[in-house]
Write a protein that binds this ligand. Structure first.
Ligand code: TYM
Length: 336
């Protein structure tokens, strides 16, 4: 028996409660999540099981998980309009991961770019780090997800989820919807301010000048943008040239937050210097983050209410994931 078809397009995405939430997360993912709230059926998950694939201080993880919930709500993920929940509250994710492990060749996992990168940074590599994308596939597939809005760095993982779904469907019969990664045209890969050849990263956000963090006040934002790496040239133009990556990144941030056209932006900055560009970008970022930060501070001040909202979210998620995991177990021949 397959799950009942659902009418609205179903969306699932996740974010790790690791490091500090950055402008990259906001522009690459969360803005898209918020934009789809009214017309789609949305599940957003704070993926704590994924986060422990690299060592975490338990007290930090606990704090950051609540902070992430407060940030997401502050960004506009109204818990009345979407299902916002914590991954470990819904057991089907871990169970689903195990069953999907058994149809996933280990070679598929060893090829994952993020695994290769992250495993280089660890002294001892956990089995969980290798298995990370299978858990991500379970997250997505349990909800009969149509669309997975993510930044560019997660595309490979969503494609793997498609492969795993297809393989399971071939082995056990039609069970999973094949999900589509939805990558924004703009903002899919916001670059690090201190190294525009790399992405702005939550896990490196503790390095001063690397990222713009939601928690940053105006002074810190101005500092980070003022120090942003640019090139020795003078031209303020959108460009794919590697040496212009720093200026291009600042311009894209400006474009995303103002909504102005590229022509208008280039005309606006024509003849001006990088110092001027940085000042204006900082001003736009400060104004965009100010209301989010203010709302965040009010939500984080009430952890009891946050936990209540997350408990409601978990219940709604279980209402979808639990029947699906039963279906999966039945398909593989378990007594359910
Ligand atoms: P995470 O926590 O690293 O990032 C959350 C989202 O932010 C996007 N992102 C960026 N977008 C643009 N520019 C950047 N510099 C940037 N940095 C991060 C990410 O692409 C992501 O969309 N494995 C996932 C979490 C996950 C998940 C899932 C996602 C677990 N299960 C199921 C989708 C579906 C991750 O670590 O995201």
């Amino acid at each position: 028996m397959t799950s009942l078809p659902h009418k609205k397009l179903r969306v699932f995405s996740g974010i790790q409660p690791s490091g500090a939430f950055t402008l990259g997360n906001y522009l690459g993912a969360i803005r898209q999540w918020v934009a789809g709230l009214d017309e789609k059926e949305n599940f957003f998950c704070i993926v704590d099981l994924h986060t422990i694939t690299v060592p975490q201080e338990p007290q930090d993880l606990l704090r950051r998980t609540r902070e992430m919930a407060a940030i997401l709500i502050a960004c506009g993920l109204d818990p009345q309009k979407c299902t916002l929940f914590i991954q470990s509250h819904v057991r089907a994710h871990a169970e689903g991961c195990w069953i999907l492990n058994c149809v996933t060749p280990v070679g598929w996992l060893e090829r994952m770019t993020q695994y290769k990168l992250k495993s280089q940074q660890q002294e001892s590599i956990s089995t969980g780090l290798l298995d990370y994308p299978v858990l991500q596939a379970a997250d997505i597939l349990l909800y009969d997800t149509n669309e997975v809005p993510v930044g560019e760095d997660q595309k490979q993982h969503v494609e793997l989820a498609r492969d795993i779904a297809q393989r399971f469907n071939n082995l056990y019969g039609e069970t999973f919807v094949i999900p589509e990664p939805i990558i924004p045209k703009l903002g899919a890969r916001v670059k690090a301010l201190d190294d525009p050849a790399t992405k702005m990263s939550k896990s490196k956000a503790y390095i001063r000048g690397h990222a713009i963090r939601l928690a940053d006040g105006p002074d810190e934002i101005r500092y980070a943008i003022k120090r942003a790496v640019t090139d020795p040239g003078r031209e303020i133009v959108f460009s794919d040239a590697p040496e212009k990556a720093g200026v291009n990144n600042l311009l894209e941030i400006y474009e995303l937050l103002t909504g102005y056209t590229r022509e208008a932006i280039e005309a606006h900055f024509a003849g001006k210097g990088y110092g001027h560009l940085k000042q204006e970008v900082a001003g736009v970022v400060i104004e965009a983050l100010r209301p989010i930060r203010e709302r965040y501070l009010s939500f984080i001040a009430d952890p009891v209410e946050l936990d209540r909202l997350l408990a409601v979210g978990a219940e709604r998620a279980r209402a979808v994931a639990d029947p699906k995991i039963q279906e999966i177990k039945r398909k593989v021949g378990f007594i359910v």
